[in-house]
Ligand binder design. Structure first.
Ligand code: SAM
Length: 318
């Protein structure tokens, strides 16, 4: 029997499902099923807003007593550990049986448990006829601290979208060099820095740039912010993220939108664009193809939606 190394659990509300699946496609090359995904790709749950946890599978078996033997063979010696039971869809194990199973595993590990301040948490689950045991890594949601950044901006994108954009842009690869072409106060940059990605920012407005720099240094992150019109950036990037200006604070005419997309297209072969309107014609105008698209609604605002466009340069066109 073959099994992947990691089991990821997802959490998202219906308005975010399409975005989570797009992110998942670029991190794992596949989508979750019923909010679960087995993969050999390792990623920190905290780098996504939609990953609740990762189970690093140590032992597995279709037969429960074989599983316990397998765990014993691992000879785990650890202090201050805790074991949790993850109830997945299709698992009908009763509560008292679950507790008994946790006790079996506890006796298979050498060391003293600490239920309140564990240094390591293990977990047991049953899925599709297989018992899985492993180290349990949860999303700590410590990135929520970014909500307390010194400067915010009414046009800022949500943290959930920002995290997804970074993952779609970098595809989980920390070597990629990213640019946030219209960075505003740096919402996307904070999430990229938090996850350990290599990103720079650019914004035409000096005051907004100053605020972005202050936000970044407030959390002791490092990222270069260029106070510039994107047309004046010469360096090349693996992927450029563009959160296009819209509404009262950063109005943009079709000419401005084309200017930003056109200028960005000169210095990258890959664009991830966020817009509130249909920009298909602009993307084709600069000889890029749309390879993925998703739309995210806002809870309680039926008419407002953000559109995300994943685009790559069409190399066939001269
Ligand atoms: C929607 S806001 C970005 C918000 C940002 N994602 C955040 O969360 O703070 C768009 C930004 O584009 C900037 N902008 C407009 N035209 C630009 C240009 N030609 N080059 C660079 N930045 C530009 C505006 O100053 C504005 O801050």
């Amino acid at each position: 029997m073959q099994i992947k190394k990691y089991l990821y659990r997802f959490g998202y509300d219906p308005t975010e499902q399409a975005l989570s699946q797009l992110e998942s496609k670029y991190i794992f090359n596949t989508e979750d099923h019923n909010k679960l995904l087995f993969s050999d790709i390792k990623i920190e749950p905290s780098s996504s807003a939609f990953l609740k946890s990762r189970l690093d599978i140590i032992s597995f078996s279709e037969d429960y007593s074989t599983l316990i033997q397998e765990i014993k063979k691992e000879e785990i010696h650890i202090e201050d550990f805790k074991i949790e039971y993850i109830v997945l869809g299709g698992d009908t194990t009763e509560y008292d049986q679950r507790l008994e199973k946790l006790r079996d595993i506890g006796y298979s590990i050498e060391g003293t448990p600490d239920y309140h301040h564990p240094k390591n948490t293990y977990a047991l689950c049953f899925y599709n006829g297989i018992w899985c045991f492993g180290l349990y890594i949860k999303n700590k949601y410590d990135w929520h601290k970014h909500k307390e950044k010194p400067h915010s901006y009414s046009n800022s994108i949500s943290i959930h979208i920002a995290k997804a954009l970074v993952n779609i842009a970098a595809k989980g690869n920390k070597e990629k060099i990213l640019l946030d072409a219209c960075c505003g106060v740096g919402t996307i940059i904070l999430e990229a820095c938090f996850a350990g990605y290599n990103i720079e920012g650019c914004d035409i407005n000096w005051k907004i740039c100053r605020n972005a720099r202050e936000n970044i240094s407030y959390f002791n992150y490092q990222s270069i912010i260029y106070r510039a019109d994107i047309k004046d950036i010469q360096k090349r990037y693996d992927t450029i993220i563009i959160d296009l200006p819209y509404n009262l604070l950063s109005t943009a005419s079709d000419k401005d939108v084309l200017h930003i997309i056109e200028s960005s297209s000169r210095i990258t072969d890959r664009l991830i664009i966020v817009s509130t309107s249909d920009i298909t014609a602009f993307i084709h105008n600069v000889n890029f193809d749309i390879v993925d698209f998703c739309q995210i609604g806002k809870r309680g605002k039926r008419k407002f939606s953000r559109k995300i466009w994943v685009c790559i340069k069409n190399k066939k066109v001269n």
